[in-house]
Ligand binder design. Sequence first.
Ligand code: UGA
Length: 448
Amino acid sequence: MRVAVIGTGHVGLVTAACFAHVGHDVVGMDDDAQKIAKLNRGEMPIYERALGAIVESTRAAGRLTFTTDVCAAVRDQEMAFICVSTPPLPHGGADLSFVENATRRIAGAAPKDLLVVEKSTVPANTGAWIERTLAIYAGPGPGGGVEVASNPEFLREGSAVYDTLHPDRVVVGVKSPRAAARLRELYGPIFEGRFDCPIHKPCPPNGEVPFVVTSIQSAELIKHASNAFLAAKISFINAVADLCERVGADVAQVAEGMGLDPRIGHAFLRAGLGFGGACFPKDIRALLRLAEEMGLDFGLLREVDRINRHRIDVAVEKLRKALWILRGKRVGLLGLAFKPHTDDVRQAPALALAARLMEEGAEVVGCDPQARETAREAMPSLAITDDPYEMADGAEVLVLVTEWPEFLGLDWARVKRAMRRPIILDGRNALDQEKIRAEGFEYLGMGR
Ligand code: UGA
């Protein structure tokens, strides 16, 4: 099928590359001329496993091209996916001006019968606005017959290509059976496993992937509610973690015992420094705002947010207890990205922690296998090194902030020799505490 993807951020670029990888003809469009020039040179604007390889192979096969011209991107296509960003406004609601702008420009260039699909995470009812906007701004050309659908994305950064090619469900919000049938055809190669997995070889076949057909409003809400629910799970276990410390329990054991109930499950019950990234923090606030606009108080989400922000206070308090005075002490942060396998530092707990410690006069040094440049840009005042052992040199405490495999396998004897005082705060409860203690460290966990 012929597909345009408007916006080549994390979701847009992965979507474009994966659709091309499974055999469709895709044009990726972005207003950022520098980014498009980079993509046309074969350079990746973000770090994401296997993304570079599939962009390169699909470009070479002529199935993936990039442009800054909306008209050229949309002309002759069967579908146009809106994947532009929806950043937070000061009141927490989503800024939909990029969605509106993309829609207006699509309207002017839309061929007859184009299916416009929203993939950006948007508040319920955005689809209706897109429909209205398309009607208002439709050009004099063939235009008519343009339909709107919603197809929310559930990919995780760091495993975005894998998640797109191996979805646990595909949700489509539509107004007609025909739109659902067209989207099903688009996903056909993925449902039937007709592609070469660029990550796992041999790759386990996709089982029966549920194709969930709903109204547009329901699809929009499925996405927001899923993210909010996952965030709530994390805040729940973090609140339990604080209680564990008071009563002398270990939150890892509690989560293990809870997760064995299939109604609860183990996923997203890892206590620690809390969630970051471009999605959860923004999405819970946007959903809270949407509820407010609808005259409802979804106070649970306010608490999810509060508990999450409080994780940084909890960590600072632990460091204060361990070091007494933070001023002048060297603190090393193992990990800057908001989670492993990405270079994304948006809303990263590491940067929030670094800012707090620097305010208190600590000498903070960070280290990350992928997020050096992004962290440097986001926080120029933070000292960053490539080498965790150099970071440990003279440090009084190391905080594991991002559980990169590289950090879990450090030579701890060497780390200890380099440190002034051997204290580890395991902000993700990801280290083997017995082993760390046996190496002679003072081990501090989160709720253990
Ligand atoms: C999240 C959702 O998981 C995806 O399904 C969704 O498509 C995506 O947002 C989006 O809306 O685009 P992502 O933000 O990439 O994906 O990352 P997650 O793997 O969900 O992790 C989010 C944060 O929660 C990370 O900071 C992670 O360290 C933290 N986390 C995760 C915990 O603190 N504990 C856990 O048990 C799990």
